[in-house]
Design a protein around this ligand. Structure first.
Ligand code: HDC
Length: 283
C-alpha cells in the first residue's frame, strides 16, 4: 500500500485479478491479453481504493485500534468509466462516516475518488466500511455521514415473497485467498493460520472483496454492465466453500442480491444491489 495514492498496473495485474475471482482458461476475454474482448471485471474499481486505505490513520480515528480485529463491513462503488486493462490512477481517500457501536466496535467509512493520472478523468467513487471489533470512538470524533452516497445508504432487502429471478452456485477453491491476495490485500488474516486463530477464527478467512468479486462476476454475466454496487458483509467465508448467488430484479434497473455460503447455510453478502447501466444491460 502506498500512501501517495498512486496505483499503477499492467495487463498482468488485470489477469491476476480475474484469476483471483475464479476466471479460467476457458474464459479468454478475462485471462488472455491478445483476446479481442480482453477486459477486467468491473469490481476492480475497489482495488486502487483498497491500496490507498492505509492513508486513513485509524489510530487517530478511533481508540484501541488493532488491525487484526478489523473486518470489512460494507462496500459501495460507482463507476464513472469502464476500467482499462492497464493504467495509472490517483486515489484520494477521506473518512466520510465514523461511528461507535456501543463501545464494542468502531465503524469507519472511507470515501475515495480514483482519477486517471493521464486524463485526470474520474474513474470511480468508493465508500468502504471498516468494522473494527474491540475499538471505540470518542464523542468528539464521530462523523455522522450525512453526505454519503444515496445508493450506499439504501436498505436493499431480499424479497421473501417470491423466488429469485436468477440463481447460481459457485465453488471457491482452497487456494482462492492465496491467489486473490496478490491483487494487493496482503492482510495475514487471509493466509496465516496462527494469526487467524489469535483473533478467534478457526482458520484464515476469504477476503470480503473476493466474495464480492466472485458474486458480482456472476451478476455481470447475467445482467450486463452496472454503474453502482453496494453490499454488506454479514458472515465470513472460508476458502473452498461453495457460494450461491440469488438475484431479484426490481424497478429502475436495480437488481437486489444475496450471497449464501452453502456449506454453512449463512448469508455472507446481504443488503446488496447493483444498478444496471441503462441501454447496454441485458435486463
Ligand atoms: O457481520 C459480522 C461479520 O462477521 N461480518 C463478516 C465480515 C467479513 O467477513 N468481512 C470480509 C472479510 S474481512 C477482510 O476482507 C478484511 C480485509 O483484508 C481488509 C479490509 C480492508 C478494507 C478495504 C476497504 C476497501 C460483524 C462482525 C461485522 C458484525 O457482527 P456483530 O458484531 O454481531 O454486529 P451486530 O450485533 O449485528 O450489529 C452491531 C451494529 O453494527 C452494525 N453492523 C453490523 N454488521 C455490520 C455493521 N455495520 C457495518 N458493516 C457491517 N457488516 C449493525 O447495524 C449494528 O448497528 P446499530 O447498533 O447501530 O444497529
Amino acid at each position: 500500500a502506498k500512501s501517495d495514492g498512486i496505483f499503477k498496473y499492467t495487463f498482468k495485474d488485470s489477469i491476476l485479478y480475474n484469476l483471483g475471482l475464479g476466471c479460467t482458461a476457458s474464459e479468454l476475454k478475462y485471462v488472455y491479453e491478445n483476446d479481442p474482448s480482453f477486459q477486467i471485471l468491473p469490481t476492480f474499481a475497489v482495488i486502487p481504493f483498497m491500496n490507498s486505505t492505509a492513508s486513513l490513520d485509524f489510530t487517530k480515528l478511533c481508540d484501541n485500534f488493532n488491525y487484526a480485529m478489523l473486518l470489512h463491513g460494507e462496500q459501495y462503488f460507482k463507476l464513472h468509466s469502464t476500467i482499462p486493462t492497464k493504467g495509472e490512477f490517483k486515489t484520494v481517500v477521506k473518512p466520510v462516516q465514523v461511528l461507535d457501536k456501543n463501545g464494542k466496535a468502531a465503524v469507519i467509512v472511507g470515501g475515495s475518488e480514483t482519477y486517471d493520472v493521464k486524463t485526470n478523468k474520474l474513474i470511480a467513487y468508493n465508500e468502504g466500511t471498516m468494522f473494527i471489533r474491540g475499538a471505540s470512538v470518542p464523542k468528539d470524533k464521530i462523523i455522522k455521514g450525512e453526505n454519503r452516497a444515496k445508493f450506499a445508504m439504501t436498505d436493499f432487502k431480499a424479497p421473501k415473497d417470491r423466488n429469485p429471478d436468477f440463481e447460481v452456485e459457485i465453488d471457491t477453491t482452497q487456494d482462492q485467498a492465496a491467489l486473490y491476495r496478490l491483487s494487493g490485500d496482503y492482510n495475514p488474516l487471509h493466509i496465516d493460520p496462527v494469526l487467524a486463530k489469535s483473533v478467534k477464527f478457526p482458520k484464515p478467512i476469504l477476503h470480503g472483496l473476493c466474495t464480492l468479486g466472485v458474486s458480482a462476476k456472476a451478476l455481470f454475466e447475467k445482467f450486463g454492465p452496472y454503474t453502482e454496487l453496494k453490499i454488506r458483509f454479514t458472515n465470513v467465508v472460508f476458502p473452498g466453500e461453495k457460494l450461491k448467488v440469488k438475484a431479484w430484479k426490481q424497478p429502475a434497473g436495480v437488481v437486489v442480491f444475496q450471497t449464501i455460503d452453502v456449506n454453512r447455510n449463512a448469508v455472507v453478502l446481504d443488503n446488496a444491489a447493483i444498478k444496471l447501466a441503462g441501454s447496454s444491460s441485458k435486463f
